[in-house]
Design a protein around this ligand. Structure first.
Ligand code: HH2
Length: 447
């Protein structure tokens, strides 16, 4: 984590003292108090600057302007009180189970509540402590750095590379299926599919996601042979001709292998690399991969929607799946994660994941979100017709990108691209550095 001395603000000359002859300002402020909408540290710094605070003061105050709540699981009975004590010693705090005090709990989930500056003082203290608190310090450090990262990253596929993070990117859906829930049959003819891909690229799609099997709830599984026969002609017509990378939406390793051979750069696996064969295929082909969360499979996934803690479970699943991917030889800069809206989730659960999607950035991988036309949008609209979900789908894409998704998977590319242009402009404004001497520091938080 950057040290406080990396915060640069240029020194300023102080103005002459205020003359005592000036009239005394009114005792009460002339305007009501205003709660500031300041999210990023640069935004906080710019506001503090407006008080004409000393540049050094701007840096110090800014670090106090935002709390980052961090959740840790499985903190032991011995470690939890020590963690709280150290947190309190830097002016922060941590919450843990009641049972830690009377020793009725062997371990606890802990929520740390600290500012960036407090973490900088806390982490070195934790690194010196026993009971695996040094390990916890590393986990906190890694998560904070990953969460606040705004720098773009290049994802390298076997055929071409693409940039994520510099602006929200759009993945256009191309379903070559008879039974997809919203566009089944529309692009089964390869000519129609190719024309639709070209249309989406002309509308601003940054990637095309080609799928030959519907994974909607209750969909009938398709054999790898049938799936490949649907996508092969489309892929061979598009590959090398499209100016954007192609992703193949498949659960089958043999389809993934053939598709990457035929020009795909990304394997979009809704089964989250559960299959060892798929992990091997992705590693060997050097494809990028979207690791998605789904409980069970499309035929069973909506049968049991009980989670003891939805986001914690999805987060743990993606953490394990990405660790397995790394262990299987997939390079970290080729991994993307997706919470899988609608895959074994109720409408409320999909909405919860959508509105907290930025949390998954703590894993250190770009986040993909597919909300387009899904039934939770219909639930929010009080309307079951998928044809009426366009506007809500665009809103969901903007919400996802605003909350930290790097890539949104959508059917309607043109309106999404136009809506995201506004978000991009707003993000540029919000992330602009303070005027008093440049950046807070490289690597500083500025989500
Ligand atoms: N959703 C669908 C399919 N693939 N892949 C990722 N990474 N994330 C998603 O949310 C996702 C996905 C379902 O949408 P669609 O392709 O339109 O429907 P169908 O599965 O019926 O073809």
């Amino acid at each position: 984590m950057p040290s406080p001395d990396r915060v640069f603000f240029s020194p300023r000359t102080h103005p002459a003292p205020v003359s005592p002859a000036l009239p005394t300002p009114p005792a009460r402020p002339r305007t009501p108090a205003r709660i500031l909408e300041v999210e990023s540290l640069n935004e906080i710094a710019r506001e503090v600057e407006r008080t004409d605070s000393d540049p050094e003061g701007v840096a110090i105050m800014t670090r106090k302007g935002r709390i980052y709540p961090v959740r840790l699981d499985g903190i032991s009975l011995k470690a939890a009180p020590l963690l709280k004590q150290e947190a309190l010693s830097v002016g922060a705090d941590s919450a843990h189970a009641r049972g830690i005090a009377d020793h009725s709990a062997a371990s606890s989930t802990v929520i740390l509540l600290a500012t960036w500056g407090q973490y900088q003082r806390l982490l070195p203290k934790l690194r010196r402590q026993p009971f695996r608190l040094a390990e916890a310090a590393e986990a906190i450090d890694r998560a904070l750095r990953a969460y606040v990262r705004t720098a773009p990253r290049t994802v390298r596929g076997p055929h071409r590379s693409f940039e994520l993070g510099e602006r929200p990117r759009v993945m256009g859906v191309l379903n070559v299926t008879p039974d997809s829930f919203s566009d089944g049959g529309a692009y089964l003819d390869p000519k129609a599919a190719v024309a639709h891909a070209e249309e989406m690229v002309a509308e601003g799609a940054d990637m095309i996601d080609l799928g030959g099997e519907s994974t909607r709830p209750g969909a009938q599984p398709v054999s790898p042979e049938a799936e490949w026969s649907r996508i092969a002609p489309v892929l061979s017509a598009l590959s090398g001709r499209l100016p954007v990378p192609i992703s193949v939406d498949t659960r089958h390793a043999e389809v993934a292998a053939k598709a990457v051979d035929a020009g795909a750069d990304v394997v979009n696996d809704v089964e989250g690399l559960r299959s060892e064969e798929m992990r091997r295929t992705v590693a060997e082909s050097e494809a990028a991969v979207v690791v998605m969360h789904m409980r069970g499979d499309p035929t069973t996934m909506q049968n049991d929607l009980r989670y003891s803690d939805l986001r914690a479970e999805v987060f743990a699943y993606l953490s394990t799946a990405t660790e397995r991917a790394l262990a299987g030889g997939i390079a970290p800069d080729r991994i993307l994660v997706d919470p899988g809206l609608g895959f074994g989730k109720s409408a409320e659960q999909s909405l919860e994941l959508l509105t907290h999607v930025g949390e998954f950035r703590s894993l250190g991988y770009p986040v993909v979100v597919g909300a387009s036309r899904k039934s939770f949008l219909g639930w929010a609209l009080g309307d079951t017709d998928p044809a009426h979900r366009s506007e809500a789908g665009v809103a969901a894409a903007v919400l996802a990108a605003e909350r930290g998704a790097a890539l949104v998977r959508v059917h309607e590319v043109a309106p999404t691209v136009r809506a995201l242009a506004l978000l991009r402009a707003a993000q540029k404004l919000s992330r602009a550095p303070p005027s008093g001497g440049g950046e807070l520091a490289s690597g500083e938080p500025d989500p």
